[in-house]
Design a protein around this ligand. Structure first.
Ligand code: FES
Length: 76
């Protein structure tokens, strides 16, 4: 997966898995943190998942629930 897109990313997560989601918008591996935030004052949102599931992760960077999608891409 590379870069950002105007629609959400469907991400499969497993119980016990830890993922770091980009919150600065600079990652070239959106929606995941690639370390590009260093020096920006921003930090990734690190989430440990407690169950296997599919999640919709914001790709447009407009969601108020980032890193999760809130449907904001529908109004862009
Ligand atoms: S690259 Fe954006 S938070 Fe790490």
């Amino acid at each position: 997966m590379s870069g950002w897109q105007g629609t959400p990313f469907k991400v499969e997560v497993k119980s016990g898995e830890v993922k770091a989601f980009c919150m600065c918008g600079l990652s070239k591996s959106g929606p995941f943190c690639d370390g590009s935030h260093k020096g920006s004052g921003e930090k990734p949102e690190v989430i440990k998942f407690d169950a296997d599931r599919s999640i919709m992760v914001c790709g447009c960077r407009q969601s108020k629930r980032r890193p999760l999608c809130d449907g904001s891409h529908n109004s862009l």
